[in-house]
Design a protein around this ligand. Structure first.
Ligand SMILES: Cc1ncc(COP(=O)(O)O)c(C=O)c1O
Length: 504
């Protein structure tokens, strides 16, 4: 390879003259992936952090292999052989889904064309496709024609942007100097809401106690009476309500806050109403459970994570707002990119990001190939399965189950008759680690009411009751073994924690 007057001719740069290299590279990658996936029998190899660390560290990044095939084989050993496989039916831990194949076809196009949906002159039809999908999602929510939104990197970013809009709307309404007001702004959410709400408050420059925890009912849903009282209390203290965040699908219990009632309170009190439907958004396309989201159409903003319950590869999320004009408050114009005088649609005006992947194409391909009803049916299937699993767990004397599921999470623990609550709390995190080390199944863990629970999060419609019974048998077996006298606690997995927030 050398620089000539014609340019630097690298066979590794995608172009019309390197298509042999491109097609061979992509073919090789997909063939290798297929080869590995065919052999996968469990969600994890069980490799230890120490082993994998040594293998990754041993790679000399300054000595390239020079050949895509060789680099792929190295990556297969390092990454694919020890990946966490979300498509395996005994992966039932976090909010990760198996992915729709039409979306994977889209990924091939997205990364090679490499459009950036920040401006029209870097995306053209990409901008229009994203806008159609935002309109489609807004329609499913029940918003009118004035709605708008933008694709984001995930629920965390969508929630941040929603609260940014809420802050700007509140400040505009007050007309007082920003610095005098910021520390008095308050957000109302429950302890069950996602930790990105608290994180966002910090990023937005609000006070350390800006997020007011509203009490929940016995099932973990926001209590509307408690919300009204909390709002009154904040006003009496001279603080200013900025937003109420309801969750449609809490991370641990899958609960849906009473959205319609909360919407009424927010409308009466003129407070921005955000619904975090990162998890529950699959209900938007459900034929049997759409009613669970009734009232969502009254929200000011909604978070939807297509990469959770629409079976999309990461990243694919959006924030959708009822009144599109509220998004203009965050527009910043740069002469080189999106001047005020632009006459073409520039998505960057509405986004926290500048360069941005054309993730929308994945959802487009999925809808155009499978249709929304099939997505809704798959989500309904995992919710059905959660109910079956709950019924099963209720009758198994070796297990305790917390409550009936609303969506597709179930909190349970191995606690045969004579085991004390304290012993169970001590055993559960160890049991979960052992299960992870074994690799045949992966479950999550969390703390509720001061007690440690194991968690099934079901997002794979291929997971059968037979698979779940197998996982329960594995848990039972490990539980029996670890309960034997002399079984000492082993070193924890890296990152192991009992806080719900970190495991989410
Ligand atoms: C209710 C809820 N909101 C937001 C998020 C954050 O989404 P993401 O991981 O896509 O940033 C999660 C993640 O689990 C969630 O459960």
């Amino acid at each position: 390879m050398e620089a000539t007057l014609e340019g630097f001719a690298s066979p590794h740069l995608f172009s019309g003259s390197t298509l042999d290299s491109y097609t061979s590279g992509v073919w090789h990658a997909s063939a290798l992936l297929a080869d590995r996936v065919k052999a996968v029998r469990q969600p994890y190899s069980g490799a230890s952090v120490t082993d994998l660390q040594a293998q990754v560290d041993a790679v000399d990044l300054d000595r390239p292999l020079g050949d895509t095939g060789a680099a792929l084989h190295e990556v297969a050993r390092l990454y694919l052989d020890n990946a966490i496989w979300f498509h395996e039916p005994t992966y039932v831990a976090h909010l990760n889904c198996p992915v729709a194949i039409p979306a994977l076809s889209a990924e091939v196009l997205i990364s090679a064309v490499n459009s950036s949906v920040d401006t029209w002159d870097q995306s053209a039809t990409g901008t229009l496709i994203e806008r159609r999908l935002i309109d489609w999602t807004a329609g499913r929510i029940g918003f009118g024609p004035g709605a708008d939104g933008i694709f984001t990197s995930g629920g965390t970013q969508s929630n941040l942007q929603a609260l940014l809009l809420a802050r700007e709307e509140t400040l505009a309404g007050l007309g007082e100097p920003r610095d005098a007001v910021l520390s008095r702004l308050r957000i109302f959410a429950t302890a069950e809401s996602h930790f990105s709400v608290v994180k966002s408050a910090g990023i937005l420059g609000l006070a350390a106690d800006a997020v007011v925890a509203v009490a929940t009912d016995g099932d973990g849903r926001m209590e509307p009476g408690a919300l009204a009282a909390a709002i009154d209390g904040v006003r009496r203290d001279g603080s200013i309500p900025m937003a109420v965040v309801a969750t449609a699908g809490t991370t641990d219990l899958g609960r849906i806050d009473p959205v319609a009632v909360i919407a009424g309170i927010c409308a009466e009190q003129a407070i921005w109403f955000h619904v975090d439907a990162a998890y529950g958004c699959g209900l938007l396309v459900s034929t049997r459970r759409r009613h669970l989201l009734d009232g969502i159409e009254q929200a000011d903003s909604v978070t939807v994570d297509f990469h959770k319950s629409f079976f999309q590869p990461v990243s694919s999320s959006a924030i959708v707002v009822r009144r599109g004009e509220t998004m203009r408050r965050i527009a910043v114009h740069a002469d080189y990119l999106n001047p005020r005088t632009a006459t073409v649609p520039n998505q960057v005006d509405k986004s926290l990001q500048t360069t941005r992947r054309f993730d929308a194409l994945k959802l487009w391909m999925t809808l155009r190939t499978m249709g929304s009803e099939q997505i809704g049916d798959m989500f309904d299937t995992v919710v059905d399965r959660a109910h079956q699993a709950w019924e099963h767990l209720r009758t198994d004397p070796d297990f305790e189950v917390l409550t009936e599921p609303t969506l597709s999470t179930i909190l349970f623990r191995y606690r045969p008759g004579p085991m004390s609550v304290e012993a169970c709390d001590e055993l559960m995190p160890r049991l979960r680690q052992e299960l992870f080390r074994d690799g045949q199944a992966i479950v999550a863990g969390t703390t509720v009411g001061g007690h440690y629970w194991l968690k099934f999060t079901l997002l794979n419609p291929n997971t059968t009751m037979g698979n779940l019974k197998d996982v329960l048998d594995l848990i039972r077996g490990i539980g029996v073994r670890l309960s034997l006298p002399g079984e000492n606690p082993r070193e924890p997995m890296t990152g192991e924690t009992t806080t719900a927030a970190v495991m989410a």
